[in-house]
Ligand binder design. Sequence first.
Ligand code: CTP
Length: 403
Amino acid sequence: MSILKDKNILLGITAGIAAYKSASIVRLFIKAGANIKVVMTPASKDFITPLTLSTLSKNPVYSSFVDEEDDNNVWNNHVELGLWADLFVIAPATANTMAKMANGVCNNILLATYLSAKCPVYFAPAMDLDMYKHKSTETSFDKLLSYGNKMIPAGTGELASGLVGEGRMAKPEDIVSFIEKDILDQLPLKGKQVLITAGPTYEAIDPVRFIGNHSSGKMGFEIANAAANLGAEVILVTGPTHQKTNHSYISVKPVVSAKEMYNEVHKHYKSSQIAILSAAVADYRPKSVADKKIKKKESTFTIELEKTKDILKSLGEIKKQQFLVGFALETNNEIEYAKGKLESKNLDLIVLNSLQDKGAGFGVSTNKVTFITSSNEIIEHKLKSKAEVAEDLMQQILKQLDA
Ligand code: CTP
């Protein structure tokens, strides 16, 4: 999954021959799952038609302050357009447009949008080699970079003039991967490993039966997604579940029993910076597992159970650099019991689910949680989707790591 998924990207097109490649840029952004709007300088319409771009982007294309097609003369709001964008990408960026951007000139809708946009701006220069090397162009580059804009450098090759040299706009694929890499490099959990447990565990009674629970694994999978979206390499150790993920930053390690989960978690804990244990691990397992299916005989049947190892506690005992998060599901004296677990398991944060809250717990897509931190802060959240709870949790972790 691309980091550009669901991002609002505004593509600015200026009047250079490379504008014909803008159609491919739109296609690649759409393929990455982004929402695209296009804003053009009037002269760029000589190089590529707004119809092509609106068809590919599935949105109207803006090239003037007033919608000429509309008898009511509707004003195209450049401020709204600038605020809509999570990213503004100007490709191709001509020497003319860059000089104007560098000097605050705004005599067309693209330039006015640039001046009102608050989001990161990328520009991909495209021009002939002598224009590219001209002192005034270099001055534009310097000024634009000093304003915090990001340059996607031009490549070297045959130019429209027939000359060979520097100035050819970066290839559409390279423009997209430049932006993806740039975003990823800035994510707060870039280079960090996050270990997460999810789902139930199944404890075998015989070859066909087990002791399990109703955990769906949804909360853990949402946490994995939220951590991966912040750039983390996620190791997701999960018990049997129907949940799926195709996030390229999440490596799923399926396990069945508490013992398998314990072993898998310990394989990855040392190299992790954050561990979040949301699995509903069985506290007890059958003391002995029958190797053949147990036949019914007596009217009552007893299974002797023994305690499983507490994975979370074992991690707390050997904790070094790790930020350790546990979950607690309580029915009464919630805060007191959760605080007790936080201390006895040496946690940095505990997420409390109270079964007294409607919409919290197993099998539902919502959750209502309270965070309790090791410095005794209690943060109550309202009922939210599990995806939102996961995002809140990651933000809380970032806040504590930053403090
Ligand atoms: N946990 C674990 N290994 C176990 C049991 C629980 O890692 N064998 C983790 C869970 O993933 C969760 C937290 O511990 O993060 C839950 O704590 P626990 O004390 O087990 O809570 P309860 O099972 O609710 O305990 P109790 O029945 O004592 O309230």
